[in-house]
Ligand binder design. Structure first.
Ligand code: IPE
Ligand code: IPE
Ligand code: MG
Length: 246
């Protein structure tokens, strides 16, 4: 997309892909059919992001709270995830996309975890874009785990309490090495973050659209990019300071 200048683009876009159920129910379909349709949006958004030069794309696919959904829906989502990983590997290689997964992955069925590790391994040298799949992910869980990790290091005398700062804390999170999201998109209109990347979105621009996830495609993604370009990111500074810095 040449109309969008590279330098104005977010480096990292994170997406809360919400609204599959409502999309389906409003059409008299089952929720699972909504998730199936949502998979097509995932494909299209990944392709568009790659095409315009987004470096990092994080997709919230399944939250730690989503385990409490009806068993039938959970297993359908797991099947869809598995099929997605199997069918998209070729494309990831062709487009030089690297896949990473974050979340409490040990809770996943063994064959899904195996598939995730396989795709991570196969794509590890791809450098054009990184897709971070948040599955069985909860931000509070991630923060607790990071805290425990640092506490163990203090206990073992590897670091001192004073060594815990924003950098080392970020490095103990599952997103270690990944820059913070510049833009957070949530579809289906809900103005909440649902336990997603709480630490990492401290300064992200927020974009909430009423469009339901199965209807969120290339055009809608590009609209979000336009929105981002129109934002004035200040990071706590004054307009004058920012003008000077430029
Ligand atoms: C998002 O769609 C997908 C997942 C959470 C897995 P939902 O299934 O939450 O759809 P709504 O919010 O019920 O419409
Ligand atoms: C957030 O959507 C999780 C994902 C998109 C995977 P939910 O539908 O689970 O969130 P709530 O229940 O609206 O907060
Ligand atoms: Mg929802």
């Amino acid at each position: 997309m040449s109309a969008i200048a590279q330098q104005d683009l977010p480096r990292h876009v994170a997406v809360i892909m919400d609204g599959n159920g409502r999309w389906a129910t409003s059409r008299g379909l089952s929720r699972v059919q909504g998730h199936r349709k949502g998979k097509d949006s995932v494909r299209e958004v990944v392709e568009t992001a790659r095409e315009i030069g987004i470096e990092f794309l994080t997709l919230y696919a399944f939250s730690s709270e989503n385990w409490q959904r009806p068993e039938r829906e959970v297993s359908a989502l797991m099947r869809l995830l598995r099929r997605y990983l199997k069918t998209e590997l070729n494309k990831m290689m062709r487009y030089e996309i690297r896949l990473r997964a974050i979340g409490n992955l040990r809770k996943l069925p063994a064959e899904i975890l195996k598939e995730i590790r396989h795709v991570e391994q196969e794509t590890r040298k791809n450098t054009r874009m990184t897709v971070i799949l948040a599955v069985s992910y909860g931000s509070r869980d991630e923060i607790i785990k990071a805290t425990r990790k640092l506490a163990r290091q203090v206990r073992d005398g590897v670091i001192a309490p004073e060594d815990i700062d924003e950098t080392s804390f970020a490095g103990a999170l599952m997103t270690a090495g990944i820059p913070d999201p510049d833009l957070l998109i949530r579809t289906s209109g809900e103005m909440r973050v649902s336990n997603f990347l709480l630490w990492q979105i401290a300064y992200a621009e927020l974009y909430v659209t009423r469009t339901l996830w199965p209807d969120f495609r290339r055009e809608q993604f590009l609209e979000a990019m336009e929105y981002y370009k129109s934002r004035d990111r200040r990071f706590g500074l004054t307009e004058e300071q920012l003008a000077e810095a430029k």
